[in-house]
Design a protein around this ligand. Structure first.
Ligand code: HEC
Ligand code: HEC
Length: 353
Protein backbone atom coordinates (compact mmCIF):
# COMPACT_ATOMS: atom_id res chain seq x y z
CA UNK A 1 0.00 0.00 0.00
CA UNK A 2 2.81 2.40 0.76
CA UNK A 3 4.35 3.12 -2.57
CA UNK A 4 5.26 6.59 -1.60
CA UNK A 5 7.07 5.99 1.62
CA UNK A 6 9.16 3.14 0.42
CA UNK A 7 10.26 4.66 -2.83
CA UNK A 8 10.88 8.01 -1.28
CA UNK A 9 13.20 6.30 1.17
CA UNK A 10 14.87 4.25 -1.54
CA UNK A 11 16.28 7.28 -3.32
CA UNK A 12 18.53 10.09 -2.15
CA UNK A 13 16.58 12.76 -0.31
CA UNK A 14 17.40 16.36 -1.00
CA UNK A 15 16.38 19.45 0.84
CA UNK A 16 14.33 21.81 -1.27
CA UNK A 17 16.16 24.89 -0.09
CA UNK A 18 19.45 23.60 -1.51
CA UNK A 19 19.35 24.61 -5.22
CA UNK A 20 20.35 21.13 -6.31
CA UNK A 21 19.38 20.19 -9.86
CA UNK A 22 18.46 16.73 -11.10
CA UNK A 23 21.50 16.54 -13.41
CA UNK A 24 23.84 17.20 -10.47
CA UNK A 25 22.16 14.80 -8.07
CA UNK A 26 21.57 11.87 -10.43
CA UNK A 27 23.89 10.09 -12.84
CA UNK A 28 22.26 10.15 -16.25
CA UNK A 29 19.81 13.01 -16.71
CA UNK A 30 19.54 14.03 -20.35
CA UNK A 31 16.14 15.69 -20.79
CA UNK A 32 14.94 16.61 -17.30
CA UNK A 33 17.84 19.04 -16.92
CA UNK A 34 16.99 22.09 -14.84
CA UNK A 35 14.39 20.19 -12.79
CA UNK A 36 14.91 20.48 -9.03
CA UNK A 37 16.37 17.22 -7.77
CA UNK A 38 13.66 17.10 -5.10
CA UNK A 39 10.99 16.93 -7.84
CA UNK A 40 12.51 14.02 -9.77
CA UNK A 41 10.95 11.23 -7.71
CA UNK A 42 7.43 12.64 -7.98
CA UNK A 43 7.95 13.23 -11.69
CA UNK A 44 8.71 9.49 -12.00
CA UNK A 45 5.56 8.67 -10.01
CA UNK A 46 3.60 10.92 -12.33
CA UNK A 47 4.84 9.06 -15.44
CA UNK A 48 4.29 5.70 -13.79
CA UNK A 49 0.71 6.64 -12.93
CA UNK A 50 -0.08 8.24 -16.30
CA UNK A 51 0.98 5.05 -18.10
CA UNK A 52 -0.43 2.67 -15.49
CA UNK A 53 2.87 0.77 -15.29
CA UNK A 54 5.51 0.16 -12.64
CA UNK A 55 9.01 1.65 -12.59
CA UNK A 56 10.47 -1.31 -14.47
CA UNK A 57 8.42 -0.57 -17.55
CA UNK A 58 11.20 1.96 -18.35
CA UNK A 59 13.98 0.83 -15.99
CA UNK A 60 15.75 -2.48 -15.61
CA UNK A 61 15.59 -3.08 -11.87
CA UNK A 62 14.84 -1.13 -8.73
CA UNK A 63 18.42 0.00 -8.19
CA UNK A 64 20.27 1.07 -11.32
CA UNK A 65 17.84 3.74 -12.50
CA UNK A 66 20.63 5.49 -14.45
CA UNK A 67 21.02 2.58 -16.91
CA UNK A 68 19.69 3.00 -20.45
CA UNK A 69 19.23 -0.73 -21.21
CA UNK A 70 15.44 -0.57 -21.46
CA UNK A 71 14.34 0.88 -24.85
CA UNK A 72 11.15 2.26 -23.25
CA UNK A 73 13.35 4.76 -21.40
CA UNK A 74 14.42 6.26 -24.74
CA UNK A 75 10.75 6.46 -25.85
CA UNK A 76 9.93 8.19 -22.55
CA UNK A 77 12.75 10.72 -23.14
CA UNK A 78 11.31 11.57 -26.57
CA UNK A 79 7.83 11.88 -25.03
CA UNK A 80 9.14 14.21 -22.31
CA UNK A 81 10.71 16.41 -25.00
CA UNK A 82 7.48 16.38 -27.00
CA UNK A 83 5.41 17.39 -23.93
CA UNK A 84 7.86 20.12 -22.99
CA UNK A 85 7.98 21.61 -26.46
CA UNK A 86 4.16 21.52 -26.75
CA UNK A 87 3.80 23.34 -23.45
CA UNK A 88 6.48 25.85 -24.41
CA UNK A 89 5.23 26.55 -27.93
CA UNK A 90 1.46 26.42 -27.27
CA UNK A 91 0.84 27.13 -23.61
CA UNK A 92 3.36 29.77 -22.57
CA UNK A 93 5.51 27.24 -20.71
CA UNK A 94 2.73 26.20 -18.29
CA UNK A 95 2.35 22.44 -17.62
CA UNK A 96 -0.98 22.16 -19.48
CA UNK A 97 -0.26 19.02 -21.52
CA UNK A 98 1.05 16.07 -19.52
CA UNK A 99 1.62 12.38 -20.16
CA UNK A 100 -1.86 11.80 -18.79
CA UNK A 101 -3.52 14.02 -21.43
CA UNK A 102 -3.04 11.13 -23.85
CA UNK A 103 -2.16 8.07 -21.80
CA UNK A 104 -4.91 8.08 -19.11
CA UNK A 105 -3.49 5.14 -17.24
CA UNK A 106 -2.40 2.99 -20.21
CA UNK A 107 1.03 2.47 -21.83
CA UNK A 108 -0.39 2.80 -25.36
CA UNK A 109 -3.12 5.38 -25.60
CA UNK A 110 -5.90 3.61 -27.44
CA UNK A 111 -8.70 6.06 -27.97
CA UNK A 112 -11.33 4.61 -30.29
CA UNK A 113 -14.39 6.81 -30.50
CA UNK A 114 -17.21 5.34 -28.48
CA UNK A 115 -20.80 4.91 -29.63
CA UNK A 116 -22.99 7.45 -27.93
CA UNK A 117 -25.38 5.75 -25.48
CA UNK A 118 -29.09 6.11 -26.28
CA UNK A 119 -30.52 8.50 -23.77
CA UNK A 120 -33.95 8.62 -22.22
CA UNK A 121 -35.60 11.96 -22.77
CA UNK A 122 -38.04 11.61 -19.86
CA UNK A 123 -36.83 13.51 -16.81
CA UNK A 124 -35.56 11.14 -14.15
CA UNK A 125 -36.08 12.06 -10.51
CA UNK A 126 -32.70 12.36 -8.80
CA UNK A 127 -32.31 10.56 -5.47
CA UNK A 128 -32.10 13.13 -2.71
CA UNK A 129 -28.61 13.69 -1.29
CA UNK A 130 -28.03 13.07 2.40
CA UNK A 131 -29.24 16.20 4.16
CA UNK A 132 -26.45 18.68 4.86
CA UNK A 133 -25.78 19.41 8.52
CA UNK A 134 -27.65 22.44 9.86
CA UNK A 135 -24.34 24.17 10.60
CA UNK A 136 -20.66 23.25 10.32
CA UNK A 137 -18.64 22.47 13.43
CA UNK A 138 -15.60 24.62 14.24
CA UNK A 139 -11.96 23.52 13.92
CA UNK A 140 -11.79 23.38 17.75
CA UNK A 141 -14.82 21.12 17.89
CA UNK A 142 -13.49 18.76 15.22
CA UNK A 143 -10.10 18.35 16.93
CA UNK A 144 -11.80 17.88 20.28
CA UNK A 145 -14.08 15.20 18.81
CA UNK A 146 -11.02 13.52 17.25
CA UNK A 147 -9.25 13.58 20.63
CA UNK A 148 -12.30 12.17 22.43
CA UNK A 149 -12.86 9.52 19.75
CA UNK A 150 -9.29 8.29 20.18
CA UNK A 151 -9.43 8.09 23.98
CA UNK A 152 -9.70 11.60 25.39
CA UNK A 153 -7.20 14.17 26.63
CA UNK A 154 -6.20 12.30 29.82
CA UNK A 155 -5.45 9.06 27.95
CA UNK A 156 -3.34 10.95 25.39
CA UNK A 157 -1.48 12.81 28.13
CA UNK A 158 -0.43 9.50 29.74
CA UNK A 159 1.52 8.43 26.64
CA UNK A 160 5.09 9.79 26.83
CA UNK A 161 6.85 7.31 24.58
CA UNK A 162 5.57 4.85 22.06
CA UNK A 163 7.07 2.11 19.92
CA UNK A 164 5.18 1.13 16.80
CA UNK A 165 6.27 -1.87 14.82
CA UNK A 166 4.80 -3.20 11.63
CA UNK A 167 5.45 -3.80 8.00
CA UNK A 168 5.64 -1.39 5.16
CA UNK A 169 4.10 -2.65 1.93
CA UNK A 170 4.65 -0.98 -1.42
CA UNK A 171 2.64 -1.11 -4.63
CA UNK A 172 5.84 -2.44 -6.24
CA UNK A 173 5.55 -5.57 -4.11
CA UNK A 174 8.21 -4.82 -1.49
CA UNK A 175 7.52 -5.74 2.16
CA UNK A 176 9.85 -4.20 4.73
CA UNK A 177 9.95 -4.30 8.54
CA UNK A 178 9.23 -0.85 9.94
CA UNK A 179 9.61 0.67 13.42
CA UNK A 180 8.73 4.07 14.77
CA UNK A 181 10.02 5.05 18.19
CA UNK A 182 8.40 8.23 19.45
CA UNK A 183 9.05 10.52 22.37
CA UNK A 184 5.93 12.67 22.37
CA UNK A 185 5.13 15.24 21.22
CA UNK A 186 7.69 15.46 18.42
CA UNK A 187 10.91 13.42 18.66
CA UNK A 188 11.25 10.20 16.75
CA UNK A 189 13.43 7.54 15.17
CA UNK A 190 11.93 5.76 12.17
CA UNK A 191 13.65 2.60 10.98
CA UNK A 192 13.01 0.79 7.75
CA UNK A 193 14.91 -2.43 7.17
CA UNK A 194 15.84 -2.67 3.50
CA UNK A 195 19.24 -4.31 2.88
CA UNK A 196 20.32 -2.73 6.17
CA UNK A 197 18.50 -0.47 8.65
CA UNK A 198 17.66 2.95 7.19
CA UNK A 199 16.92 5.72 9.65
CA UNK A 200 15.09 9.01 9.82
CA UNK A 201 15.64 10.84 13.10
CA UNK A 202 14.30 14.08 14.59
CA UNK A 203 15.80 15.31 17.86
CA UNK A 204 13.37 18.17 18.42
CA UNK A 205 15.27 20.70 16.34
CA UNK A 206 17.14 18.94 13.51
CA UNK A 207 16.47 15.87 11.37
CA UNK A 208 18.73 13.43 9.54
CA UNK A 209 18.36 10.38 7.40
CA UNK A 210 20.78 7.53 6.92
CA UNK A 211 20.34 5.09 4.04
CA UNK A 212 22.50 3.34 1.45
CA UNK A 213 23.44 6.76 0.03
CA UNK A 214 24.92 7.92 3.35
CA UNK A 215 23.69 10.48 5.86
CA UNK A 216 21.83 13.71 5.00
CA UNK A 217 20.27 16.47 6.97
CA UNK A 218 16.53 16.71 6.21
CA UNK A 219 15.05 20.16 5.75
CA UNK A 220 12.02 22.13 4.58
CA UNK A 221 9.49 19.96 2.69
CA UNK A 222 10.69 16.59 3.87
CA UNK A 223 11.10 17.76 7.45
CA UNK A 224 7.60 19.30 7.54
CA UNK A 225 6.10 16.08 6.15
CA UNK A 226 8.01 13.86 8.55
CA UNK A 227 6.98 15.94 11.55
CA UNK A 228 3.36 15.83 10.45
CA UNK A 229 3.50 12.06 9.80
CA UNK A 230 4.89 11.61 13.29
CA UNK A 231 1.82 13.31 14.83
CA UNK A 232 -0.92 11.44 12.95
CA UNK A 233 -2.09 9.64 16.10
CA UNK A 234 -1.99 12.61 18.47
CA UNK A 235 -4.62 15.31 17.87
CA UNK A 236 -2.99 18.26 19.67
CA UNK A 237 0.52 17.90 18.18
CA UNK A 238 -1.04 17.20 14.76
CA UNK A 239 -3.02 20.40 14.91
CA UNK A 240 0.14 22.32 15.87
CA UNK A 241 1.74 21.39 12.51
CA UNK A 242 -0.78 23.51 10.61
CA UNK A 243 -1.63 27.19 10.36
CA UNK A 244 -4.76 28.93 9.08
CA UNK A 245 -7.02 25.92 9.65
CA UNK A 246 -10.64 26.39 8.63
CA UNK A 247 -13.64 24.12 8.12
CA UNK A 248 -14.53 24.29 4.43
CA UNK A 249 -17.49 21.91 4.21
CA UNK A 250 -18.72 18.35 3.97
CA UNK A 251 -17.51 15.75 1.46
CA UNK A 252 -19.34 12.42 1.49
CA UNK A 253 -19.39 11.27 5.10
CA UNK A 254 -16.57 13.58 6.24
CA UNK A 255 -16.10 17.11 7.52
CA UNK A 256 -13.24 18.77 5.63
CA UNK A 257 -10.71 21.11 7.25
CA UNK A 258 -8.18 23.02 5.13
CA UNK A 259 -4.90 24.54 6.28
CA UNK A 260 -1.25 25.28 5.52
CA UNK A 261 1.61 22.90 6.38
CA UNK A 262 4.94 24.76 6.32
CA UNK A 263 4.74 26.56 2.94
CA UNK A 264 2.15 24.18 1.49
CA UNK A 265 -1.40 25.36 0.98
CA UNK A 266 -4.52 23.32 0.29
CA UNK A 267 -3.75 20.65 2.83
CA UNK A 268 -7.01 18.96 3.74
CA UNK A 269 -7.92 16.86 6.77
CA UNK A 270 -11.05 14.70 6.66
CA UNK A 271 -12.88 13.82 9.89
CA UNK A 272 -15.59 11.16 9.80
CA UNK A 273 -18.94 12.75 10.62
CA UNK A 274 -20.13 9.79 12.70
CA UNK A 275 -17.04 8.65 14.57
CA UNK A 276 -15.09 11.93 14.70
CA UNK A 277 -11.93 10.04 13.67
CA UNK A 278 -9.33 11.46 11.27
CA UNK A 279 -9.65 9.28 8.17
CA UNK A 280 -7.76 11.06 5.39
CA UNK A 281 -5.28 13.85 4.64
CA UNK A 282 -4.82 15.13 1.10
CA UNK A 283 -2.24 17.40 -0.50
CA UNK A 284 -0.31 17.78 -3.77
CA UNK A 285 3.39 17.44 -4.69
CA UNK A 286 5.19 19.42 -7.41
CA UNK A 287 6.42 17.55 -10.50
CA UNK A 288 7.73 18.49 -13.96
CA UNK A 289 4.22 17.90 -15.33
CA UNK A 290 2.13 19.74 -12.75
CA UNK A 291 0.73 18.78 -9.35
CA UNK A 292 0.55 15.15 -8.25
CA UNK A 293 -2.25 14.43 -5.73
CA UNK A 294 -1.14 12.67 -2.55
CA UNK A 295 -3.21 11.12 0.17
CA UNK A 296 -2.74 9.55 3.59
CA UNK A 297 -5.48 7.14 4.69
CA UNK A 298 -5.98 6.02 8.28
CA UNK A 299 -8.05 2.87 8.65
CA UNK A 300 -9.01 0.12 11.03
CA UNK A 301 -8.78 2.07 14.31
CA UNK A 302 -8.33 -0.18 17.36
CA UNK A 303 -7.82 0.56 21.01
CA UNK A 304 -4.41 -0.10 22.57
CA UNK A 305 -3.64 1.04 26.11
CA UNK A 306 -6.59 3.42 26.13
CA UNK A 307 -5.86 5.07 22.78
CA UNK A 308 -7.40 4.27 19.43
CA UNK A 309 -4.77 3.88 16.71
CA UNK A 310 -5.18 3.11 13.01
CA UNK A 311 -3.76 -0.32 12.19
CA UNK A 312 -3.39 0.52 8.51
CA UNK A 313 -1.85 3.79 7.36
CA UNK A 314 -1.50 4.21 3.59
CA UNK A 315 0.62 6.87 1.91
CA UNK A 316 -0.71 7.03 -1.61
CA UNK A 317 0.05 9.01 -4.72
CA UNK A 318 -2.78 9.35 -7.19
CA UNK A 319 -1.05 7.37 -9.89
CA UNK A 320 -3.95 5.63 -11.56
CA UNK A 321 -2.65 2.18 -10.69
CA UNK A 322 -4.21 2.14 -7.22
CA UNK A 323 -2.99 0.01 -4.35
CA UNK A 324 -1.64 -3.29 -5.58
CA UNK A 325 -1.25 -6.53 -3.70
CA UNK A 326 2.36 -7.70 -3.38
CA UNK A 327 2.99 -9.71 -6.54
CA UNK A 328 5.05 -12.39 -4.85
CA UNK A 329 2.40 -13.12 -2.24
CA UNK A 330 -0.87 -14.51 -3.64
CA UNK A 331 -2.18 -15.10 -0.11
CA UNK A 332 -1.58 -11.52 0.95
CA UNK A 333 -3.89 -10.43 3.77
CA UNK A 334 -3.89 -6.98 5.34
CA UNK A 335 -1.53 -6.94 8.28
CA UNK A 336 -3.18 -7.52 11.63
CA UNK A 337 -1.79 -6.80 15.06
CA UNK A 338 0.02 -9.70 16.64
CA UNK A 339 -0.83 -11.13 20.03
CA UNK A 340 -0.47 -8.81 22.99
CA UNK A 341 2.41 -10.73 24.55
CA UNK A 342 4.56 -10.07 21.50
CA UNK A 343 4.48 -6.35 22.07
CA UNK A 344 7.83 -4.84 22.73
CA UNK A 345 6.96 -2.30 25.36
CA UNK A 346 3.89 -1.03 27.14
CA UNK A 347 2.84 1.54 24.62
CA UNK A 348 3.81 -0.29 21.49
CA UNK A 349 1.60 -1.86 18.93
CA UNK A 350 1.83 -3.41 15.54
CA UNK A 351 0.84 -0.95 12.91
CA UNK A 352 0.39 -2.43 9.48
CA UNK A 353 1.69 0.56 7.70
C1 HEC B 1 7.63 6.08 -18.59
C2 HEC B 1 8.98 5.65 -18.30
C3 HEC B 1 9.48 5.77 -16.86
C4 HEC B 1 8.90 5.26 -15.73
C5 HEC B 1 7.57 4.51 -15.59
C6 HEC B 1 9.80 5.57 -14.63
N1 HEC B 1 10.90 6.23 -15.10
FE1 HEC B 1 12.50 6.84 -14.03
N2 HEC B 1 13.35 7.63 -15.68
C7 HEC B 1 12.79 7.64 -16.93
C8 HEC B 1 13.61 8.43 -17.82
C9 HEC B 1 13.33 8.69 -19.29
C10 HEC B 1 14.70 8.88 -17.06
C11 HEC B 1 15.85 9.74 -17.55
C12 HEC B 1 15.41 11.19 -17.60
C13 HEC B 1 16.41 12.08 -18.32
O1 HEC B 1 17.24 11.59 -19.09
O2 HEC B 1 16.33 13.32 -18.11
C14 HEC B 1 14.51 8.36 -15.71
C15 HEC B 1 15.39 8.57 -14.67
C16 HEC B 1 15.22 8.10 -13.39
C17 HEC B 1 16.15 8.30 -12.30
C18 HEC B 1 17.48 9.02 -12.38
C19 HEC B 1 18.58 7.97 -12.50
C20 HEC B 1 19.96 8.57 -12.71
O3 HEC B 1 20.79 8.46 -11.79
O4 HEC B 1 20.17 9.17 -13.79
C21 HEC B 1 15.61 7.71 -11.20
C22 HEC B 1 16.21 7.65 -9.80
C23 HEC B 1 14.35 7.13 -11.60
N3 HEC B 1 14.14 7.39 -12.94
C24 HEC B 1 13.52 6.45 -10.76
C25 HEC B 1 12.26 5.94 -11.13
C26 HEC B 1 11.34 5.32 -10.21
C27 HEC B 1 11.60 5.09 -8.73
C28 HEC B 1 10.24 4.99 -10.92
C29 HEC B 1 8.94 4.36 -10.43
C30 HEC B 1 8.25 5.14 -9.40
C31 HEC B 1 10.48 5.40 -12.29
N4 HEC B 1 11.71 5.98 -12.38
C32 HEC B 1 9.57 5.23 -13.32
C33 HEC B 1 11.63 7.00 -17.31
C34 HEC B 1 10.74 6.37 -16.45
C1 HEC C 1 0.05 13.64 -27.54
C2 HEC C 1 -0.24 12.37 -26.90
C3 HEC C 1 0.86 11.81 -25.98
C4 HEC C 1 1.44 12.40 -24.92
C5 HEC C 1 1.20 13.80 -24.36
C6 HEC C 1 2.38 11.43 -24.35
N1 HEC C 1 2.35 10.29 -25.08
FE1 HEC C 1 3.45 8.63 -24.78
N2 HEC C 1 2.61 7.72 -26.35
C7 HEC C 1 1.64 8.29 -27.17
C8 HEC C 1 1.27 7.34 -28.20
C9 HEC C 1 0.20 7.57 -29.26
C10 HEC C 1 2.02 6.18 -27.98
C11 HEC C 1 1.99 4.86 -28.74
C12 HEC C 1 2.93 4.96 -29.89
C13 HEC C 1 2.93 3.68 -30.67
O1 HEC C 1 1.98 2.90 -30.52
O2 HEC C 1 3.88 3.48 -31.39
C14 HEC C 1 2.86 6.47 -26.81
C15 HEC C 1 3.78 5.56 -26.29
C16 HEC C 1 4.56 5.80 -25.17
C17 HEC C 1 5.49 4.86 -24.62
C18 HEC C 1 5.76 3.46 -25.12
C19 HEC C 1 4.73 2.58 -24.41
C20 HEC C 1 4.90 1.11 -24.64
O3 HEC C 1 4.89 0.40 -23.63
O4 HEC C 1 5.02 0.72 -25.78
C21 HEC C 1 6.05 5.44 -23.52
C22 HEC C 1 7.07 4.83 -22.57
C23 HEC C 1 5.46 6.76 -23.40
N3 HEC C 1 4.57 6.94 -24.44
C24 HEC C 1 5.76 7.65 -22.39
C25 HEC C 1 5.18 8.91 -22.29
C26 HEC C 1 5.52 9.83 -21.25
C27 HEC C 1 6.48 9.53 -20.10
C28 HEC C 1 4.81 10.95 -21.48
C29 HEC C 1 4.85 12.26 -20.68
C30 HEC C 1 6.16 12.84 -20.56
C31 HEC C 1 4.03 10.73 -22.69
N4 HEC C 1 4.27 9.48 -23.14
C32 HEC C 1 3.17 11.66 -23.25
C33 HEC C 1 1.09 9.55 -27.03
C34 HEC C 1 1.44 10.47 -26.09
Amino acid sequence: MIAAMFLAAALPLFAEDAPLLAEDAYKNIQVLRGLHASELQNTMFFMKGALGVNCNHCHVNFREFEKDDNPKKAVARRMIQMVRSLNESQFGGQPVISCNTCHRGQPRPAAPLAFAPIRESRPVAKPADAPPPASLPTVDELFERYENATGGRAAHARIKTRLLTGVQLSTEGATRPFRLLQQLPDRFVRTLTVDSDWYEVFDGSKAWSRDNHGAHELKSTRLAQLKRDNTLFDPAPLRAQYTDLKVIGVEGSDFVVEGILAAFRNQRLYFDRDSGLLVRITSTAKTAFGPLPEEIRLEDYREIDGIKLPMLVSFLKRDGAGPRIPENDPDYKPHRPRKRNKRVSKNSYDAGS
